[in-house]
Design a protein around this ligand. Structure first.
Ligand code: BG6
Length: 369
């Protein structure tokens, strides 16, 4: 069942090209237009949506945070992302024109289910992005968009994360095409780029030998920090979560712009910091700003582990290690940049002799509140 891999986690990381490709499958017509008839929500209702609230827990919530950047950009609908257990117990501003999108691999996470029920009570339309057919959350939602990652066995989520981002992008592009808000690129163009992502993930996976070596010599690390900006920010938090879950190492993800407002005080000689660098082609000069951040922390002695696009030479003078990913448009980059962070956590956990598939104290699906 592990297809020759030592652990389910390693198998599932290597399954990711399929998870993305299968989630894209069958969602476009011959002309490349999105066809989401499976949603079964009235198109007029979708056109009338004034706000989207994404509710989820853990890795699924980070997929939601990534999705926010893309969905707002494409649809111009405000998107909030909230941890399901927080959403449920405050007094959220929700009405019939709010679309509440839950994201859950298992479809059984009680916190997320309670949030969906609460949203329905408040009159919202509910869509579930889910990996498990017939599970409770999609059954109780008005509509479902399944991710096709296949069964995920390892407790720490990997391929479901990529499939969740893919599915929420499909939803965002569909809403944008319904509303005619293409903002620069139309849905078919982005879908075509998404179709190329699986091959690019293969490229990333094929280059992971050095990441494994780094993980082995970092096995004694007590703390690892992760910096990212824009969509790289949730990726940084997901990278930190993987390391906590799998290797029991204190890890924290920060927005790179926040560094000077506090976290830079943590930097001391030898502190390892992963930095996810935006594409040199990113708008607003974000690439250069993050390169400056690398320079700042390096000057204070940090060990910089830099994830940067192929051909980005600006990072080289300030990087102790450069991990390369192929070029994508900025919003699609998380589908590539998270992969080395998953691989790093996997090997660090293995290097410490830990149970990669069943980390201590965790369950695959938490069915209590
Ligand atoms: C946690 C799992 O308990 O639940 C995480 O350990 C997962 O891996 C989170 O991301 C949410 O689970 P689900 O099934 O709702 O996506």
């Amino acid at each position: 069942e592990k297809s020759g891999y030592d652990t389910f986690m390693e198998k599932e990381i290597n399954d990711q090209p399929h998870a993305v490709a299968d989630t894209l499958l069958g969602r476009t017509d011959a002309e490349g237009n999105l066809t989401l008839d499976e949603l079964h929500i009235d198109v007029e209702e979708l056109r009338a949506v004034t706000k989207i609230v994404i509710v989820a827990c853990g890795t699924a919530a980070y997929a939601g945070m990534v999705a926010k950047y893309a969905i707002e950009h494409w649809t111009r609908i405000p998107v909030e992302v909230e941890l399901a257990h927080e959403f449920r117990y405050r007094d959220p501003v929700i009405d019939e024109r709010t679309l509440v999108v839950s994201i859950s691999q298992s479809g059984e996470t009680m916190d997320t289910l309670m949030a969906v029920r609460h949203a329905k009570e408040l009159g919202a339309r509910t869509v579930s992005i889910c990996n498990t057919h017939g599970s409770t959350i999609p059954r109780e939602s008005d509509a479902v968009l399944y991710t096709h990652a296949g069964p995920e066995i390892a407790v720490a989520s990997t391929k479901a994360f990529l499939a969740q981002i893919t599915a929420s992008y499909i939803l965002g592009l569909y809403l944008a095409s319904l509303r005619g808000t293409s903002y620069g690129r139309d849905a078919a163009e982005v879908m075509a780029e998404l179709q190329g992502i699986p091959a690019q993930i293969e490229t990333v996976l094929a280059g992971m030998d050095r990441v494994k070596e780094i993980a082995y010599y970092m096995a004694d690390s007590r703390s690892v920090l992760f910096l990212g900006r824009h969509v790289g920010y949730p990726v940084a938090m997901e990278g930190a979560l993987k390391l906590k879950e799998l290797a029991y190492i204190h890890a924290e993800g920060f927005a790179a712009g926040e560094l000077k407002h506090g976290p830079i005080a943590l930097i001391e000689p030898g502190q390892p910091v992963f930095v996810i660098v935006p594409s040199p082609g990113s708008e607003h000069g974000l690439h250069d700003k993050v390169v400056s951040n690398i320079q700042e922390i390096r000057a204070r002695g940090a060990r910089t582990l830099v994830i940067a696009e192929e051909g980005d030479e600006d990072v080289v003078p300030f990087a102790d290690e450069v991990i390369r990913v192929p070029h994508t448009s900025p919003l699609l980059a998380p589908l590539l940049t998270v992969v080395p962070l998953q691989v790093f956590a996997l090997h660090l956990s293995t290097a410490k002799g830990l149970d990669v598939d069943q980390p201590r104290n965790l369950a695959k699906s938490v069915t209590v509140e």
